[in-house]
Write a protein that binds this ligand. Structure first.
Ligand code: SAH
Ligand code: SF4
Ligand code: F3S
Length: 442
């Protein structure tokens, strides 16, 4: 067989990004070569997201472009839209040959073999999970930072969210398998590991050791060669003080926690079925703020959930002032198929959602400007992740997950992957600028 080519485009969260690394590995193993444009590919993969309607529409826009003139290309839709829409995708886009959700990727070699044999419509849609935890073929995109899956699926039932339907029930990976992969990553030269899961802190080791998430964190932090461990996402309900204690005791565990709040109003939180009140959430924030490690805190906010009054919304703005997050992601509520909130309609008009979104973003921008300015004059250790030629700066990432771009007398590529102390000299709303403290490579 002449060498065949594939192209893969990924939408959505880190879980999807990492899944695409696994899919790419399986394809490379089968002798496919990767190309960077769909036009040049025999096999075109879209790894999709359906968290909001806009995300879902993207894949159909992409497929539309090829409706005529598919030119013998094979199209595959993977990920959350695949799982959600299933065979309906074939009706909407008849030139698609493969539709498979994330729980089926372990079967990918078999599904691909059927496509190669000329089968026109192949599906992998079972949620009776064939596990994909151990995928030695994974082809990671980043040379220093590696994603590592510790838990799949979600057992919560937030009223607005498709994930329990698209990713299935929660399954934790055995701790020995996680540690084994962490050690392999260290041997391959990775120094930063990001533990992944929809709710990492619901982790419960299925093996007899029975570790909880904090215990797992302590063990991963001990893997020789690993200098930074991050984790995302944590659900506030399952966020115990033992996680903060683990961070306090292990400098390898990064001082950054992403703790999505969604709303500052306990009434809205109850209708969202988030399983915590504003007060319970703020107690967790207190634990984080009391830590001597100066833990950075980020969050997700949804505005315009059905029934969100002006007063509820003001509660969210007040929460932003109270917590002073280091960064946030904010979204307009988007009604989603299968979810409980669908029955509540889409009661807040779009213009009002837009107004609230802008108010949230403006407030947060002012907070970040203030917080970042306070860092001028301090020194932070960065992992060098890239170079911005135009600005003549290196791109660094601090343990708190801030971007700190900096100048350094050495312009050779050898700085990539290094850990360096950088003096912060300027600040903006979204990043910091500084100068390497030379002569002291740590
Ligand atoms: N598992 C994570 C979040 C996964 S989805 C958690 O529980 O925190 C990422 C973010 O998308 C959510 O935190 C939420 O803010 C947002 N989101 C999810 N469903 C949404 C919807 N229907 N409309 C708007 N935003 C949504
Ligand atoms: Fe969605 Fe809620 Fe599960 Fe997060 S915890 S993935 S928001 S259902
Ligand atoms: Fe999107 Fe699925 Fe992730 S819906 S956010 S890709 S889990």
């Amino acid at each position: 067989m002449a060498s065949k080519t594939f192209y893969i485009e990924t939408f959505g969260c880190q879980m999807n990004v990492h899944d695409s690394e696994k899919v790419a590995g399986a394809l490379l193993q089968r002798g496919y070569a990767r190309v960077e444009a769909p036009d040049a590919a025999d096999l075109v993969f879209y790894n999709t997201c359906s968290i909001r309607d806009k995300a879902e529409q993207k894949v159909f826009q992409r497929l539309q472009q090829f409706k005529r003139g598919a030119n013998g290309k094979v199209f595959a839709v993977l990920g959350c839209v695949a799982q959600q829409e299933g065979e309906k995708i074939f009706e909407r886009a008849p030139h698609v040959s493969l539709v498979a959700g994330s729980a089926s990727y372990a079967r990918l070699p078999e599904l691909l073999a059927r496509i190669e044999a000329g089968e026109r419509r192949v599906t992998g849609l079972s949620l009776d999970t064939d596990e994909t935890f151990e995928t030695p073929l994974t082809r990671r995109d980043h040379p220093h930072r590696a994603y590592l899956t510790i838990i799949e699926g979600c057992d919560k039932s937030c009223a607005y969210c498709v994930v329990p339907f698209t990713r299935g029930p929660e399954r934790s990976r055995a701790s020995a398998s996680i540690l084994q992969e962490a050690r392999e990553l260290a041997e391959q030269g990775y120094t930063e590991i990001q533990l992944l899961g929809q709710n990492v802190n619901s982790y419960r080791d299925p093996s007899p050791a029975g570790w909880n998430f904090a215990q797992l964190l302590r063990q991963v932090a001990r893997v020789p060669g690993i200098r930074r461990v991050r984790f995302t996402t944590s659900h506030p309900r399952d966020f115990g003080r033992d996680i903060v204690e683990a961070i306090d005791e292990n400098p390898v565990l990064c001082n950054h926690v992403h703790l999505p709040v969604q709303s500052g109003s306990s009434l809205v939180l109850a209708r969202m079925q988030r399983l915590y009140t504003r007060e319970e959430y703020l107690r967790r924030i207190e634990w984080l703020k009391q830590s001597p490690r100066q833990i950075a805190i980020s969050t997700d906010i949804i505005v315009g959930f059905p029934g969100e009054t002006e007063e509820d919304f003001q509660d969210t703005l007040r929460l932003l002032d109270q917590v002073e997050y280091d960064s946030i992601f904010s979204f307009k509520y988007s009604p989603r198929p299968n979810t409980a909130a669908l029955a509540l309609g889409d009661a807040v008009p779009d213009e009002e959602k837009q107004r609230r979104l802008l108010m949230v973003q403006e407030k947060q921008r002012a907070i970040q400007i203030r917080r970042h300015a306070a860092l001028i004059g301090s020194v932070a250790e960065v992992l060098v992740e890239g170079r911005n030629q135009a600005l003549g700066q290196w791109i660094g990432r601090t343990a708190q997950h801030r971007i700190l771009n900096f100048t350094h007398p050495d312009k050779s590529a050898s700085l990539l992957g290094a850990y360096l102390p950088v003096l912060v000299t300027r600040s903006g709303p979204n990043s910091l600028v500084g100068e390497a403290v030379t002569g002291a490579v740590v």
